[in-house]
Design a protein around this ligand. Sequence first.
Ligand code: GRG
Length: 323
Amino acid sequence: MVMASCRMPSASDLAGLDAAVSQSLGRVKDFIEPRLEKALELSPAASPRLLEAMRYVLLAPGKRLRPALVLWASDACYGAENQWENAAAAAVAVEMIHAYSLVHDDLPAMDDDDLRRGRPTCHRAFDEATAILAGDALQALAFETLANQMMAPAWVARGCVVLARAAGAEALVGGQSDDLALERGWIPDISVAPAADQLCWLERIHRRKTGALFLASLQLGGLSAGAQPAGLAKLAAYGHAFGLAFQIADDILDAEGTEASMGKRVGKDAQRGKLTFPTVIGLEASRVRGQSLAREAVAALTEMGDSAGELSRLAEWIVARDH
Ligand code: GRG
């Protein structure tokens, strides 16, 4: 059962929600992590150091949210019938794109971070050139993995287009580029603009940088289950709201979380004077907006009933979590 459809969990619900979601994410991990390992069984033509770096990055302990969105979107469209095998290649591919983007984001040329998923970042554990190459190779391997999907070849070409768009200049890379442009003053300083304009910029960046891959994960899960346009539209409505809710929660955790609970450096946005939801609208308004987006995400799936239960719980949890 989904927790009360349109209300946020009370403090006493939180422990239960946390336990339920972590159990569900545990099932996703059990399913996906052996497949991530298998996907890295490359021929000896792959340089050993490069392969070691790819393994270091892809097998590091992450929440596996994007594979979960693929698999649970497939559940929602099948009507809770577990057909994860059909969606497995897409679930592996989105985690590869995510892992590559984290490695490149952590590089000295970008965020220059030392800690990721509780461990030294790839360029710290290896070196900068190896980190760049490991990211490049993971990106290529993501598309190879998806294109090699044998279970349902009919949707694979469309799936590759969905993933390429989410990873490209109009989405992940474009959002990252605008984020850097803002931070480094390559475009006019908007920190002096009215809050509404700043908010509009922030949402524009995060819909591409963070939201697009979540959306693509949901679409891939839906496609793997043979979803019709109406089902895909419901998943898209959920994904738009979920992506922004995730980012707002991430900004709040960066302001309030600890390095130990997050497994990465926190407070860096404030140190850099970076535009975030809490800096533009304040912590309390950010929390309210995040919760309202989570409700919007849950509402988008109402007609899918219990088969969308995992997705609904995840949206509730994403804004309630402390890690
Ligand atoms: C370098 C092309 C390129 C893009 C970088 C993903 C990204 C764009 C930057 C990461 C920086 C960052 C911390 C963004 C906030 C949102 C985010 C993607 C957080 C990490 O995702 P989680 O919480 O991480 O799902 P785990 O480790 O659990 O997989």
